[in-house]
Design a protein around this ligand. Structure first.
Ligand code: SAM
Length: 304
């Protein structure tokens, strides 16, 4: 189908795992392996076309961009955990949350764990990374992935995030939360063909996902020392994105949106232009949405 073709034509994104190597070493290794490095991309359309060419991403410093035909599943760097195969849009949440080394962080819906391993890399494996997932099988996959990536600061739990007690002493120092809950997946290029003919059923599913997403958000904001929470979905539906954030802000006046990456070409739908969207056409990625919420001091009291 047409959409499948678009998906096949998305660049291959490779995130360098800085727990195991550096961008410079990975680039050198790839050059010795027959790839040609063309430097930093200058714009969203400055993408490598030849199978052996690659560039460094324009927005994300640890991301390398290859042609749609490049495949790293059997590559040494992948098997050794030096590189992670991760779409560019899905690298945004951890990059934007940016928890410092030593901080306490929650990854609320974590499996299979690409964002968890990205968080650990940003934290330089220092601090605590509590990762929850409801699905035991996905959590098992995640353990393997984190081991390969050299992640050591995690504490995995097969647990419903909505039942995690925000007032438990364990989480008293949690200042950062990454929330990437289950969504319709409507932004995933390969899934887009599967929209059912039953529109009523689709609407009911979206409404139930949105209510789950809002409950997760509200729950995350209850952690007493939270400073920042990043929310993301791989959905293109405003019901799961801007509408969830709008409802959450109405219910939690102590939080506000942080304006994200001024140079990013695709914004959240009006009026939530602080948020980011991503798409095959504008950002050469899967469809995606990211919002960053931060607590502001003393809600309702204006600073002198
Ligand atoms: N963040 C992951 C990554 O980057 O690899 C992908 C997460 S996926 C979009 C959503 C995950 O949420 C699924 O693995 C699902 O099992 C999990 N999940 C769904 N409901 C949950 C709940 N109530 N508590 C914890 N995890 C949940």
């Amino acid at each position: 189908s047409v959409q499948q073709l678009t998906g096949d034509r998305l660049p291959r994104y490779v995130r360098v795992n800085t727990l195991k190597t550096t961008v410079e070493d990975a680039v050198d290794y790839l050059k010795r392996d027959g790839f040609s490095y063309l430097g930093q991309a200058s714009g969203p359309d400055d993408l490598p076309l030849k199978q052996k060419d690659f560039v460094r991403d324009q927005h994300l410093p640890e991301l390398l961009v290859f042609s749609p035909r490049a495949d790293f599943h059997d590559h040494f760097l992948y098997k050794a955990g030096h590189i992670i195969l991760q779409d560019k849009a899905s690298c945004l949440p951890a990059y934007l949350l940016n928890p410092p080394p030593g901080s306490h962080v929650i990854d609320a819906c974590a499996a299979p764990g690409n964002k968890t391993s990205h968080l650990a890399a940003i934290m330089k494996n220092k601090g605590r990374l509590f990762a929850f997932d409801l699905d035991a099988k996905r959590l098992a996959t995640m353990s393997t992935l984190l081991l390969r990536a050299g992640v050591t600061c995690q504490q995995l739990a097969n647990q419903d995030f909505l039942k995690v007690d925000p007032d438990s002493l364990q989480y008293k120092d949690v200042e950062y939360i990454l929330l990437d809950p289950s969504c319709s997946g409507s932004g995933m290029v390969c899934l887009r063909d599967s929209t059912s003919a039953d529109q009523e059923k689709d609407q009911a599913r979206l409404a139930s996902l949105a209510s789950f997403q809002l409950r997760c958000l509200n729950h995350g904001l209850r952690f007493p020392h939270l400073k920042r929470l990043v929310y993301s979905t791989c959905s293109v539906h405003s019901q799961e994105n801007e509408e969830v954030i709008t409802a959450c802000l109405q219910q939690n006046p102590g939080f506000r949106l942080v304006p994200l990456l001024a140079q990013w070409p695709e914004r959240g739908l009006e009026p939530l232009t602080q948020c980011l969207r991503a798409s095959t056409t504008k950002t050469r990625t899967h469809g995606f949405f990211v919002a960053l919420l931060e607590k502001h001091s003393e809600p309702g009291i204006t600073k002198q």
